[in-house]
Every structure is written in C-alpha cells, then in structure tokens.
Design a protein around this ligand. Sequence first.
Ligand code: GAP
Length: 545
Amino acid sequence: MPAASLEQIVSLAKRRGFVFPSSSVYGGLGSTWDYGPLGVELKNNVKRAWWKSVVHDRDDMEGLDAAILMNRLVWRYSGHEATFSDPMTDCRKCHARPRADHVFEAAKGRIPTGVDEINAAIAARELACPSCGEKDLTTARAFNLMFKTTVGPVDQGDDSGLAYLRPETAQGMFVNFGNVMDTMRRKLPFGMAQIGKAFRNEITPGNFTFRTREFEQMEIEYFVRPGEDEAAHKMWIEERTNWYYKLGLSPERLRQRHQDGTELAHYAKGCVDLEYRFPMGWSELEGIANRTDFDLKAHSRSEKNPDAVGSLTYYDEATKQHIVPYVIEPSAGADRATLAFLCDAYNDDLVSEPDADTTGKLKELVTSFAKSVQKRDGLDSAIKDRLVAESEAILAELPRSLPQLMGLASDADAGKIEVMRKGKGVVSKVAEEHTRTVLKLHPRLAPITAAVFPLKRNEPRLVEMARKLRKDLQSTGLRAVYDDTGAIGKLYRRQDEIGTPFCLTVDFQSLEDGTVTLRDRDTMQQIRLSADAAAQTLGQKTSSL
Ligand code: GAP
C-alpha cells in the first residue's frame, strides 16, 4: 500500500536524509527544500532515467542545457510578461489574499473563463473569502509569477538591467531551434530535451516538494510539420505514460486527463495532463501540450516582433518552402516525479501479527476514535466521512491492517482528534515491533543498489572481504555501500527503509567457500552466491527490470 499521508513521506525524507527544510539553522524559508545525500541520488536517478529514455534511446532527439538568465525580450515575446500570472483578491474583512480563480471554482464548481467573469462574481457578492467566509472581496488583480533580478553591478532604478529567473526551461529550446537544427543537420520531425531549474513566485506553494518556488523541470520540445502534430501528440502521451509504468509507478494511481478549453495555457491548442494520485489527491505530474507554432512564430522577426534578428523556420526540401514547425511539449517536473516515485514506493509491511490482547487494544482505540470523529463539531463532513470509513475498513481487518492504522495515526486530520493524538504512541510501538517500512523503489531509481555487511565488525577477515566486495560492486557502476554499524537484522531494516534492493552479508562460510548471502528487499528471501559473481548477478537483475 503506497503512502497514505504526505506526513509519512515528509517524516521518512527528513529522518533518512532524502529531503531537509532549506536554511533550517535560520528557521527555514517557507516551502524551500534541500535534497540530502539519499534524495540527491534518487532525483539524479530519475533525471538519468528520463534522459536515457528521451535522448539516448531515440534517434530523433538532441539534448540542451540553456542558461537560466535570458534576454528579457524572450519573456516579452513568449507572452510571459503579459500573461504568466495568477488572479489575486484581498478580503476586506480578514485581509487574507486568496487566489481568485480558486475561490470562483470552489463556489461555482467550474473554472472561470477569465478575470472578467471572476470580477463579475465578486461584484455580485457571490464569492466568499475561504478564510473568514465574508463576501467582501476586492477586484481580482493579476500577480505575475516571474522572479525579477538585475543583471550588472548597478541597479539604475529603472528597467535597464531587468532580467527574470526563467519560469520554464522551454524558451531556452525555442530560441535555440535554429542552432540545434543547423549544427546537428536535423530534419523534421526532431526534438530537444532539457533538464534544469525553473522559478515561480507561487502564491500557494505547498504539499512538500509538490509545489515550490524553485524546482526542476524535464522538458521536451518536439518539432513536426503542421498536420503531423496530432499524431505526434498521441505518440508522446503514450511514451511518457509508459515511462512511468516501466519505472514501477502503479497504473491505478496514474491517469491521463484532457484539459478543457478554459484551462489551456495561452500558447496551447490541446493538453493532456498525466496525473498521479498523491496522498492529497489526483494532481498533475506532467503536462503534454500541443503548443502549435506559437513560440517559433513569436520569436521570429515580424511586425509584432521587430526585436528578433531572424526567423525560426524550417526549409522544406519537398515543397521548397519555409515553414514554421508545430511543437509538442511533454513537460515534467523532476521534483514531482521524485515525490510520486517516493509515495508510490512507500510501504509499511506487516512482518508478524500482534497477539490477541494487543489487537484488542488497537480495536478499542479505533472504535473510540471513530465515535469521537462522529461527535466532533467543526470538522468538515467530507473529512469526517473519510476518517470513519477508513476506521471501519481498518477494524474489519485488524491485525493485518496495522500498516493502514499507522497511516491513519499520522494523518493530519486524524491528529485533530484527541483519542488518536494520545493513541499514536501505542500504534507506533506496536508497529515498530510488527511492521517494516520499505521503499519498493525500482532498482534503477534506488539511491543505493547494494549494501554490504560483515557478520561481525570486529573480525578483520570479514571486514576486509566485505569492503573488497563493496569496491568490486562499485567499480561495475552499481552504487554500493559498506555498513557495519549494527546487527544484521537492524541493517536490513535500515536499507529497506531507504529502498536498497539488495543486501549482501559476508559471514564465516564466506571465508571458506567465497560465497555470500544475497537478500532481496521485497521478498526478504536469501540465497547464497559466489562473491565473485555478485556484481554480474546484480547487474543482470537491475538491467532486466
Ligand atoms: N513549459 C510548460 C510548463 O512549464 P507547466 O504545467 O507550468 O508547463 C510543467 O509545468 C511541469 O513542471 C508540471 O507538470 C510540474 O511537474 C512542474 N512544475 C510546475 N510548477 C511547479 C512548481 N511550482 N513546483 C514543482 N514543480 C512544478
């Protein structure tokens, strides 16, 4: 069962060195995060798997690494200066500043057609402040999401040095269309891929690394002849969906959603979102848009754009004409993909059943929790229904549903009920004894592929053999670590928790016959194999997946 609550992931990420709150020695900076030793390995593996799949494994793609700072005109002609904004409104009563389109959607159950419709609803007092409920909101105003900076040593106080931190990597590829096509002698269809940081002054960042102000994108711009765009769009939707499947994302937690007309960005003719069922609900993982010829035209010299130095066109040998290609854009977030893989891989597995007495106590706790939820005033009825339904499902299956009970105990809404706040310690104690947390990450994504342990750390011959084995594994390109800081059982648990698919133990038999124990993370089964063959066996196991 994947993570039931984001809190479980946040806690594991912090505890085991995946992700830390940024600048924590100064109290942090809201919604900014640092990837720790294991997080950076995981995210790098996600990016590597993406690059391999969309650049190296294809013969119609090229890579690019464009600068973050670009000429300001890029953002003027791309349309971002004018339109890359969220509509904000202020509550005159409580001074909250919510996103006006979200307030509209909550009230009307649909996305507004534009700021005019939002403002008409505000004027008619149809929209209420989500914080205090008053229908006294100011006219919605556009709030641009691009971060400004100044290029050069002196800020003149005017706009002469103004530059933006790019809000998407895409524009770096559009303005390099001609360079890449010419230097790589490319014919249509062909595409570019780029991984890099993007920045948005998001009004409502949150949900851990899901929405942040600084994040990393993995974007493709795929150029085709006009008329061939629909087929290319379909091809990329399928390709990108399969990429997530191949890396182990549960099919029942991944879906394709066609954006309706009102949701489309200013440049898009159509867009399909790949959505993942995160613990907070279905949310966008990647958008695959048909951007038509909007961007290449926008950056070509014309009456509308006297600043561009030339035309971003393609000479079609067949028709002897210059054409402006259409663009299909699969745009993914490296942080969101990493978070989705983490949530999907998270499991609390039952390894033994608690006795009848302990099970009885857990049942009492859940029963009294469900009663308290029903009686509780001021709790949203949808939340009440969910908590009661979860409690009933857990009660029906205890003690096998102990992992689900752990999820409920760390749920933020359940934590509002005193019974669960007080009972959480008991649940954790039982869980510690009878469950293991295991990240069932695809071996290609796991931060560490193999961990090697000596059975005894004060036996030099075991230590020497284990260290040599780690080095041999590492030299074949597998990420391998050595650990002797605990008993073997404890070391297995630690590696399970960070998703290491294979553990190898060097024991006294190893000294005699050169074999070691190989333990599989998911099945917990152990086999003996020759230490010399370990690298090859693990290499095969990893690459065949
Ligand atoms: N070039 C198109 C583009 O940027 P987008 O839907 O705004 O489209 C693409 O962003 C992807 O980038 C999203 O699907 C998401 O994975 C990621 N992303 C966007 N904003 C983000 C944020 N504030 N924090 C983390 N990831 C974000």
